[in-house]
Design a protein around this ligand. Structure first.
Ligand code: ADP
Ligand code: MG
Length: 325
């Protein structure tokens, strides 16, 4: 298999046709984009590495492709932008060039089709392990991208979906419990995280969210990022957290739902703040995602957790690559 036929194979399996705003796609030296009037591009890049982000013997190839693109695109959703195009840099060992590659690309294609994204280019290399680098381009109406820095004291703090499910799935994989049949549905949030692009775009278009971030490293860590960027604090109510349900059969393993919800990584839900006078315009479900109010933005810098024993500081205990989990 040579490089050209490999690129042809990638192109065949992923949506990659030109559009009025992608006038030149795969095949030339570079892609050409033509921004529609009234639109700003939002761009991000994300790496997904074998033995760091996934294990080839525990994560099926289709999960690798799906999740690599979902993670990268989640940052576009968190800006309130619609994902449009992506670039794929792919490093592969020769023993991954067969069905593994096809299944990986099919997982990626499934997410791309569902969310209207097209592959605009990339680079293909040989490497000792699998390396994926995804660059994603989205668009927002000019000036409407939602930043981390817009939260103000008095705003209400909301989160989409359920928290802690992805960490629970990861723990099941790491403890070798994932092969038990009862564990299968519990792996879903870890294998196929949601992509909240429609929710993000709705919140941005209606100018409901004053600040927004996606939950990649865990609530305690990502809420800290949002508060620091906005120069505010927050008060979170433990009892309000939409924590994952741990089935009774797993009780002997000692999983604590509220701890998973507070510090577990990779849920890829959206955390956002809404000025109180706008909060009544929010419905309990928006763009297919359940919304939960978990607290409020405060003056000062402290992120405080209100639990049964009163108030305490919520320390960031989510994922950090250079500190460890
Ligand atoms: P160059 O050698 O000039 O960098 P390449 O041979 O790497 O060109 O790429 C040729 C074309 O194929 C380019 O349009 C590039 O964007 C595209 N391409 C290469 N690898 C990938 C990939 N993994 N996914 C999508 N497009 C790719
Ligand atoms: Mg190249």
């Amino acid at each position: 298999m040579d490089e050209l036929s490999l690129i042809k194979r990638i192109r065949r399996r992923l949506p990659s046709a030109v559009t009025p705003s992608l006038t030149t796609g795969i095949g030339d030296d570079a892609a050409v984009l033509r921004p529609p009037r009234g639109v700003e591009w939002v761009i991000t890049t994300d790496g997904f590495l074998e033995n760091v982000h996934f294990l080839a013997n525990a994560h099926p190839p289709d999960v690798v492709g799906y999740k690599a693109l979902a993670r990268a695109t989640s940052d576009i959703a968190a800006m309130g932008a619609r994902p449009r195009y992506f670039l794929l840099t792919l490093g592969l060992p020769t023993h991954r060039l067969g069905t593994w590659l096809d299944q990986m690309l099919d997982g990626m294609a499934r997410l791309a089709r569902r969310h209207g994204m097209r592959l605009a280019g990339g680079d293909t290399l040989r490497n000792a392990s699998v390396v994926l680098s995804l660059t994603v381009i989205g668009e927002s109406p000019t000036g409407r991208s939602v930043l981390r820095s817009g939260a103000r004291p008095g705003d209400l703090v909301f989160v989409s979906g359920t928290l802690g499910g992805a960490q629970l799935g990861l723990e099941l994989v790491l403890r070798g419990l994932y092969k038990e049949r009862t564990a299968r549905p519990l792996l879903r949030p870890h294998f196929y995280p949601p992509l909240r692009d429609r929710l993000g775009a709705r919140l941005a278009a209606a100018q409901l969210a004053s600040a927004m971030i996606d939950l990649s490293d865990g609530l305690s860590t990502d809420l800290g990022h949002l508060c620091r960027a906005s120069g505010v604090g927050a008060r979170i109510e433990l009892a309000r957290l939409p924590a994952v349900r741990v089935p009774p059969a797993l009780a002997p393993h000692g999983f604590a739902p509220q701890e998973l919800a507070l510090h577990g990584g990779e849920d890829y839900e959206l955390l956002f703040t809404v000025p109180p006078q706008k909060a009544r315009r929010l419905s309990p479900t928006l763009a297919g995602a359940k919304l939960t109010r978990i607290g409020e933005v405060t003056r000062g810098k402290d992120v405080v957790l209100v639990g049964p024993e009163g108030e305490r500081l919520l320390e960031p205990r989510g994922w950090d690559h250079f500190r460890g989990g």
